[in-house]
Ligand binder design. Structure first.
Ligand SMILES: *Cc1c(COP(=O)(O)O)cnc(C)c1O
Length: 243
């Protein structure tokens, strides 16, 4: 049997080199776009990767990690240093909110009022404030989670009334494309939506965070205003899933 820890374990120096390259690309994308590098947060998406790889990324300075499964996030949370900010970037089931509510820095994947209500309820119980993003299915792909673009504002208005929850911005997973330029339209569209929502001036609603851009398209996303890029493969290499 193949040990997934070995399969997913890129040599340490490869990870260090990858992080250096991604950081350099981010700097250059910021320069081209006339933006300050401090405006863009790099999230190392470590799903399926072994702890040894996360530790290497940590040694290279990464403090923001993204996971898409509750159990994996909790396990890694327990094994990694406590100054890490954990990002929940995957579809979140309501019955699992309680396991992560006091462990995550930001939940990127809220796309329904019911999920937000559960997050609010658990946040009240644990006496924390939950910081969330609204996931928008900006390209209206059937396979993707996320609220419809034209339903986002109403959803946010309802969520803003809940206790102990704060909307910080929007997130999207753009389509998988060969040429990242094809996704520019979607990044523009998400940014425009965040500007429109900001104008409504709802209490408890910020539109400071735009989480968009992955390994294949983060430079274009930065060009269009991303404040959070989620990079997995570009740091840790290809993922090999247990199945
Ligand atoms: C896996 C994942 C990523 C990272 O994807 P890469 O293409 O490997 O960079 C980013 N965002 C979400 C929501 C993901 O699930």
């Amino acid at each position: 049997m193949v040990n997934m820890n070995d399969v997913n374990n890129l040599a340490d120096d490869v990870i260090a080199g990858n992080i250096g390259q991604v950081e350099k690309n981010i700097l250059e994308a910021c320069k081209r776009a006339g933006r300050e590098p401090e405006e863009v947060m790099l999230i190392a998406v470590s799903k399926t990767m072994p702890i040894s790889s996360l530790k290497k990324a940590y040694e290279c300075g990464c403090r923001h990690f993204g996971e898409n499964k509750v159990q994996e996030l909790v396990e890694k949370y327990e094994q990694m240093p406590k100054d890490i900010k954990w990002h929940m970037i995957g579809h979140l089931q309501r019955n699992k909110v309680k396991y992560i509510i006091d462990k995550v820095y930001l939940i990127h994947s809220v796309d329904s009022l019911k999920l937000a209500e559960e997050i609010s309820k658990e946040a009240v119980k644990k006496n924390v404030t939950a910081h969330i993003l609204i996931e928008v299915n900006i390209a209206e792909e059937e396979s993707k989670f996320g609220t419809k673009r034209d339903e986002a504002a109403a959803l946010i208005e309802s969520i803003a009334k809940l206790p102990s929850i704060k909307v910080e911005g929007l997130m999207t997973v753009a389509p998988y494309v060969e040429n990242s330029e094809e996704n520019r339209q979607y990044f523009v569209s998400l940014r425009q939506l965040s500007v429109d929502i900001m104008k409504k001036n709802n209490d408890n609603v910020n539109m400071n965070v735009l989480s968009m851009g992955m390994t294949g398209d983060y430079e274009v996303a930065i060009d269009e205003g991303a404040t959070c890029v989620r990079v997995g493969t570009g740091i840790f290499g290809e993922r090999h899933y247990n199945s």
